[in-house]
Write a protein that binds this ligand. Structure first.
Ligand code: GDP
Ligand code: MG
Length: 281
């Protein structure tokens, strides 16, 4: 069976370089229908297995804030690749893992390509790969996309992750007491009514509601007006509460907590800065 592999990551993390390394000259470049966002896809054969590799547009987030983000998310949700290779710029670990965190929440089968380890090394940054892998709970493969270092191991890891065929499962990141309660209520309603749950894990839909994600809200209203109203009411109450007590909207808390989750991982000895010029975690 043909495997579908998607390459995703922040802009400039090295996606296209890695894509070219993995696919050689066999790529096809086009645009997604109606918008000028690149869509690159190539078919390769690795150890007798056929696979298509898609280079998704670079994004910092997975919410409906830009065309790129929507394209990337819609691709993942509609095409359901067997595995997503998340290309992370290891010289900017914290910022890049913010997107990783959202892949974990979406629940896609994930492998992290820890790219630009040469750049990180030059800047005195050492990343403990095994520690990161253990704490983040998905395979991490160090690579240098520019030279091709690590690409064999990466593709092997991607294939074995794809072959495990684990169902999409949303990583349970805590958003603090107030929002966790709202998420629980939302998930109950979403699960009970099987509300847009085919494509998204219920917890993911709940978080997107709290993030005021236009696309998901609209999808929800079309799917079931009555249930959508119920969910929107829970969100309005949560927003009202966080605004009164903390003076912020839920989406700001969610972003903060995601960074907190990442920082707590990095602080546990994942990143060692050997030059004192950089801020130490
Ligand atoms: P994209 O935006 O994710 O597609 O990133 P690109 O593939 O265009 O890469 C951004 C820049 O980083 C390019 O100049 C690449 O040559 C460079 N680059 C990518 N991977 C590496 C790497 O592992 N090491 C080094 N030193 N440079 C890299
Ligand atoms: Mg690119």
């Amino acid at each position: 069976m043909q495997l579908k592999i998607a390459l995703a990551g922040n802009p400039n993390a090295g996606k296209t370089t890695l894509f070219n390394q993995l696919t050689g000259a066999r790529q096809h470049v086009g645009n997604y229908p109606g918008i000028t966002v690149d869509h690159k896809e190539a078919c390769i054969i690795h150890n007798g297995r056929r696979m298509t590799i898609t280079d998704l547009p670079g994004t910092y987030s997975m919410t409906a804030y830009s065309a790129e983000e929507l394209v990337a998310r819609d691709y993942l949700v509609n095409e359901r690749p067997d595995v997503v290779i998340d290309i992370v710029d290891s010289s900017n670990l914290e910022r890049n893992l913010y997107l990783t965190c959202q892949f974990l929440e979406l629940g896609v089968p994930l492998v992290i390509a820890l790219n630009m380890i040469d750049v990180a090394r030059d800047r005195g940054i050492e990343i403990k790969v095994e520690k990161l892998q253990e704490l983040i709970g998905v395979p991490v493969v160090p690579v240098i996309a520019r030279s091709g270092f690590g690409k064999e191991k990466l593709i092997e890891e991607a294939i074995s992750t794809a072959d495990r065929k684990e169902p999409w499962q949303s990583r349970n990141i805590s958003y603090g007491e107030d929002l966790d309660i709202a998420i629980k209520e939302l998930v109950e309603v979403i699960s009970k009514h099987r509300f847009i749950t085919d494509a998204y894990p219920p917890r993911y839909t709940a978080i997107k509601y709290l993030e005021d994600d236009d696309q998901i809200l609209e999808k929800g209203r079309k799917h079931d007006q009555h249930v959508a109203e119920k969910l929107e009411k829970i969100v309005a109450q949560a927003a009202d509460h966080t605004r009164k007590t903390l003076d912020v909207y839920p989406e700001a808390i969610i972003a903060d907590q995601r960074y907190g989750y990442i920082k707590s991982i990095i602080r546990q000895g994942v990143q060692i800065n050997t030059y004192a010029t950089d801020r130490l975690y």
